[in-house]
Ligand binder design. Structure first.
Ligand code: BTN
Length: 246
């Protein structure tokens, strides 16, 4: 991962750029990274926009082709990528970074970055995973209107972090997790994901369809469902179905 690096000064979204290449079936080495100094239409999960101060942060996408992965276990790719990114950033921070289900990166209760994986299927088979990653690295000022209290590595460390050094570290860690996934070691991967999951096994408040309830996260399935224990009852939630409260 990252051996082939394409750095663009400016693009709408690195995910869009990569998706266009893959859709046109242009030959591309697996592990190719498209990085942009500036995205003018960066996208986040749930149709959000992803804004990142040009030149200050990392915004990039990786082309992976996990043809070995059953479609019903798609979320294992998210787990491998999240664990890799989390481990790499924790090497810099000395710990404290967690993955918030499904794949946000949180430092304490503040958002440091996010992952947007877009799966491209051909019929009922996996064709490609477009793995988009956005990390707040050296940006120090954020829009006060943002609800997820953004934070950056630079703010935490009180120094600048070299973007290419961080990118290289992330690629190395993602590759290690991707190889673990490819070797079929699903259980150990799932355990690594859970061991650094935000609010894992902690009682907290959530909201679903306007109703607030208390629950404890006890698992995340290979399909990406959040498994929660609430009032002694086990419940499974889909993306967007449940909202974390503070
Ligand atoms: C989120 O937290 O909602 C996910 C954010 C993902 C942002 C990255 S930046 C690189 C790649 N290109 C995009 O347009 N989005 C992802």
């Amino acid at each position: 991962v990252g051996q082939n690096l394409i750095r663009l000064p400016e693009v709408d979204s690195t995910n869009n750029f990569l998706k266009a290449i893959v859709s046109n079936s242009e030959p591309l080495a697996e592990g190719t990274v498209i990085m942009a100094d500036k995205q003018f239409a960066g996208r986040g999960q749930q149709e959000n926009t992803w804004y990142s101060e040009p030149g200050m942060n990392l915004t990039f996408s990786i082309y992976l082709s996990p043809l070995f992965l059953p479609i019903t276990s798609q979320f294992l790719l998210n787990m491998a990528v999240s664990v890799g990114v989390r481990d790499a950033i924790n090497d810099f921070l000395g710990g404290g970074l967690k993955v918030k289900w499904p794949n946000d990166l949180y430092y304490n209760d503040q958002k440091l970055g996010g992952i947007l994986i877009e799966n491209i299927l051909s019929g009922s088979k996996y064709k490609a995973g477009i793995v988009g990653i956005g990390i707040n690295v050296n940006q120090l000022n954020f829009d006060p209107m943002l609800l997820n209290r953004p934070i950056s590595m630079g703010k935490i460390l009180q120094r600048d972090v070299n973007l290419l050094e961080l990118l290289a570290k992330i690629c190395t860690h993602i590759e290690a997790q991707y190889l673990r996934l490819r070797s079929g070691n699903f259980n150990s991967l799932q355990n690594s994901y859970l061991s650094g999951l935000y609010r894992f096994k902690e009682k907290a408040s959530y909201r679903r369809l306007g109703e607030v309830f208390e629950g404890t996260i006890i698992d995340v399935t290979e399909q990406g469902l959040l498994v929660m224990l609430s009032n002694g009852i086990e419940k499974h939630y889909n993306f967007k179905e449940v909202e974390f409260l503070n």
